[in-house]
Design a protein. Sequence first.
Length: 292
Amino acid sequence: MNDTTARYLDPTNDLCFKKIFSDEGRMMDFLNIMLRRGAQDKIVEIVFIPTEQIPDFGLGKRSVFDLKCKDQQGNIFIVEMQKKTNKHFLNRTQYYACHTYVNQIQRGSLHEGLVPVILLAVCQERVFPDEVQCISYHRLREDTTKQSYLFSTSYVFIELAKFSKTAEELSSLEDDWLYFLSRTPEAKEPPAHIKDKQILSAYEVVERFRYTAEEYDVYIRSRLAEEADMLALDERFEEGVERGRTEGIQTGKIEGKIEVARNLLASGVDVGLIVKVTGVSEEEIKGLVKDT
């Protein structure tokens, strides 16, 4: 839909995402619902803290934007929006959470004051296989007892590409937030059943008329930058496929598929997409990763 005629802008856009979740009330509502907090461990107070620049591992400009806050117990939450994933995404995510945890130690201080770090990543694309649900929770567990004893870092991933419910199928506040993040640019108004004031206020934040000409220009430039990144990835994808086809003619059918997969992998194409295009198994592709 054309942004000039749509009522709502894209909430996953850098500018919009920060406008939505830099509000304490909306951030607390979102965290409590997505982390499935009950009355006993509900977040009732947060304080925003400055975010740090994340190393890009040689991938060029940093494509992730994030917000960081502490709750009443000092637990640290990182909420980030990831438009495009790549083969380094999970490594970068773990690095950032661990860096944030370790960075609590100031010179001369001790370890007993360290608090847990919870990183919540909202991803437009699929990150994990289909059997992993739209929202997945990743915590360390001991193999025998399946109990958690190490709470330093944990991760929550929201894969918006896996959310397919219509407005009529929404049945929880969790659904309402997911629908807002994934369907808002297409909507003419919020689903009629939504009563949560924080979710309703989030719809208000992304209404087109609330943005100044300068803010809307930032929004459009950010969208154009995202599209440029996608076009560059498409070009690398086509180059990888063509190189693989050419070399495959010389090396045979099976070897050719492997070569296509190798070239796509080198071009930064998502592993799941490579599996679909080439028919090469995920295990074989992981073997190619080790070989590179």
